[in-house]
Structures are given as structure tokens and as C-alpha cells.
Design a protein around this ligand. Structure first.
Ligand code: TRP
Length: 335
């Protein structure tokens, strides 16, 4: 098997929740332990500025997300863990790529088109109302993130697949026009990545405000679990685990035998209160230890900062070299 370079970014908005953990953080940490691959994980904090323009919450979210990855056991020796905004070559490469990107390609980006459509539906005079160039150029910045480190595999959610296609297009155009310096990456959409539902039964997502934070206190965790929406079946009545939020979240954390046991409890008419209590106990048993670590890290931002700085230094060995080659290829090297 040829060595692969995995790379993925985490936009630093909001507080990490169970859905982020199961869908992105856990698989990435597992992959980071596979010795033969290289992996790059970074906080996409320039991307965060597109949606979050309150400095205090941008700051807070970066710290929380960094502490979460570390508390969950990311191996920062084996992988390279850094902040996008600590790599000045990324905005440099973004500009060069911007000059290789057809505006028409960006016009087709779902994220941009979605907002235009909302404006049209709302009867606005200006279809571009509230749209910044940050949003419009988002896929180019993302392409620079990926191409900078010659990523071969980019694990992302389904909503990011189009951005990966754009990245491939942009890389190919650069390679064709200048010289083949950029590695054309492949997208990896993990179909098995557990997607979990939130408190209200919709997909757990910060935009729906239905999340369970990963590292609330144990009391908050229990309280939120008790709030998960269920149906009105009484204790003693058999319950269907399919499509049931409590069961689904349980399944995302439990072993097969634990899942089987809960499945039987459902068939035997477990009460919702008891099912929720089981879910709480399972989560608490897995989260208590990393939560402690997380709280320690949150209390010592300088420790997290040091890890990120070391990660940036490691990453910049590569980004400086690629940028040197890119400058030379486009005619911007020293006379
Ligand atoms: N846009 C991605 C998201 O919101 C985050 C991201 C930024 C990213 N740069 C990236 C993901 C590069 C993969 C590769 O999910």
C-alpha cells in the first residue's frame, strides 16, 4: 500500500458536541494512529471568520476545539496538528490559486448559491445581500489548505464533496498551466461515520441548536439526555430502536454486546427514563476521564498554545518549501 497523506480541517465555530466527536474527531484520531500514513489536522480559523465575526467567540471556540482534540488523545507526535492562521503560506497560496480559478466555478458553489437562493426567496432586491468575498472564495482557501501539504486523502462530510471537486479542478489547472507541482487529492466520505440525531430528532448540528456538548459537566450531560425527544410509549410497551435518538447515540458509543443488550431491553419495554439513564451512564463512563483532561487544558491555554506552535513549526517546513516552488513556477522568485 502506498503511503497516504490524510488532511482535514475543522472550522472553529461553536462548542464541540457528540456529533462532531462521532462523525469527525474520533475517526480522525483513530486514523492518526495508523503508523504508515501521514496526517494533518488543523483548526480552520480563517474559515471561521466567514461566519463568526465576534472575536471573543472565535477565540473561545479555537481554544475549546484544540483542547478537545488533545483531550481525546490525538497523537501530536505522529500527526501534524496546527492552526491555519499560523501558516502564512496558506493565504499566499490562496492568492496564487485565486488567479487560477474561474469565477464561474465559484458561482456554482452550493454554499454561495444557497445564500443567493435564500435572498431570492426572501424577495430581496440584492441576490448577494450579506454575502462576503470570504464566503464566495471559501473553496479557494480550502483548496490552499489541502494542496499546501500534498494531501492525497481528504476525509470530509457530504456537504464538502463539491469543494473537493473544485480543489481538484484548481490543482489541475495550475499543474497544466505552470508545472505539475500540486497533488490532486481524493475525497473520502466516510459512509460509516455515525451521524447522530440531536435533542429534537433532527441531525445533531450547531445550526439547529439541538446539540449535546461533549464536555459539559456530568450534571448537564444527564439533564440534556433526559430532554431527548421520545414518543409516548409507556414502560412495559415494546419500543422500536430504529430511528430512536437515545438508541442511536448509545449505538455510536457502545460495543456490539452492549447494543444487543439494549436492543433486548427495548423489545422488553424498557421505560424511556431507564433507557436514557443507560445512555447517560455509558457516555459518562467514556467521557469522564477526557473531560478532566479537557478542563485542565482549558485552564492552561499556554499548554495548548505550545502544542499548536510546535505543530505550526512542523507544518511550515513543508509549506515554506511548497510555496518556494510555487513562487518559482509562477515567476515570483528572486531575480
Ligand atoms: N470547510 C470544512 C468544513 O466546514 C473545513 C475545512 C477547511 C476543511 N479547510 C479544509 C476540510 C480542508 C478539509 C480540508 O467542514
Amino acid at each position: 500500500m502506498t503511503k497516504q497523506t490524510y488532511l482535514t480541517g475543522i472550522t472553529t465555530t461553536g462548542t464541540p458536541h457528540l456529533g462532531n466527536f462521532v462523525g469527525a474527531i474520533r475517526p480522525a484520531i483513530e486514523a492518526s494512529r495508523v503508523a504508515e500514513n501521514d496526517s494533518y489536522y488543523f483548526l480552520a480559523d480563517y474559515h471561521a471568520l466567514i461566519n463568526a465575526q465576534d472575536p471573543a467567540s472565535v477565540r473561545q471556540s479555537r481554544q475549546e476545539i484544540a483542547a478537545t482534540w488533545l483531550a481525546m488523545g490525538l497523537d501530536t507526535e505522529k500527526s501534524t496538528f496546527y492552526r491555519q492562521s499560523d501558516i502564512p503560506e496558506i493565504p499566499e497560496l490562496t492568492w496564487v490559486l485565486t488567479c487560477m480559478t474561474a469565477k464561474g466555478l465559484m458561482n456554482r458553489a452550493h454554499a454561495y448559491k444557497g445564500v443567493v437562493q435564500e435572498n431570492i426567496d426572501a424577495g430581496s432586491q440584492d441576490p448577494d445581500k450579506g454575502i462576503t468575498m470570504g464566503l464566495f472564495n471559501y473553496p479557494i482557501l480550502m483548496s490552499a489548505d489541502i494542496l499546501m501539504f500534498k494531501a492525497t486523502k481528504v476525509p470530509v462530510g457530504k456537504d464538502q464533496v463539491q469543494h473537493l471537486e473544485m480543489c481538484r479542478d484548481i490543482a489541475q489547472r495550475f499543474n497544466h498551466h505552470y508545472k505539475p507541482l500540486l497533488v490532486v487529492p481524493e475525497v473520502v466520505v466516510d459512509k460509516d461515520a455515525a451521524l447522530i440525531t440531536g435533542l429534537d430528532g433532527r441531525k445533531m448540528s450547531k445550526s439547529y441548536k439541538n446539540t449535546i456538548p461533549l464536555f459539559g459537566t456530568s450534571k448537564q450531560l444527564r439533564k440534556l439526555i433526559m430532554k431527548i425527544k421520545t414518543n409516548s410509549l409507556e414502560p412495559g410497551e415494546p419500543k422500536d430502536p430504529e430511528g430512536n435518538t437515545v438508541f442511536e447515540i448509545y449505538q455510536a458509543f457502545a460495543s456490539q454486546s452492549q447494543v444487543q443488550a439494549l436492543r433486548e431491553d427495548y423489545a422488553n419495554g424498557i421505560s424511556w427514563g431507564d433507557a436514557k439513564q443507560q445512555l447517560y451512564e455509558l457516555l459518562e463512563s467514556q467521557l469522564a476521564e477526557p473531560r478532566e483532561k479537557y478542563n485542565e487544558l482549558m485552564a492552561k491555554p499556554e499548554e495548548v498554545e505550545a502544542v499548536l506552535q510546535a505543530g505550526a513549526a512542523k507544518a511550515r517546513v513543508h509549506s515554506k518549501e511548497l510555496m518556494r516552488q510555487v513562487r518559482e513556477a509562477v515567476g515570483l522568485s528572486n531575480l
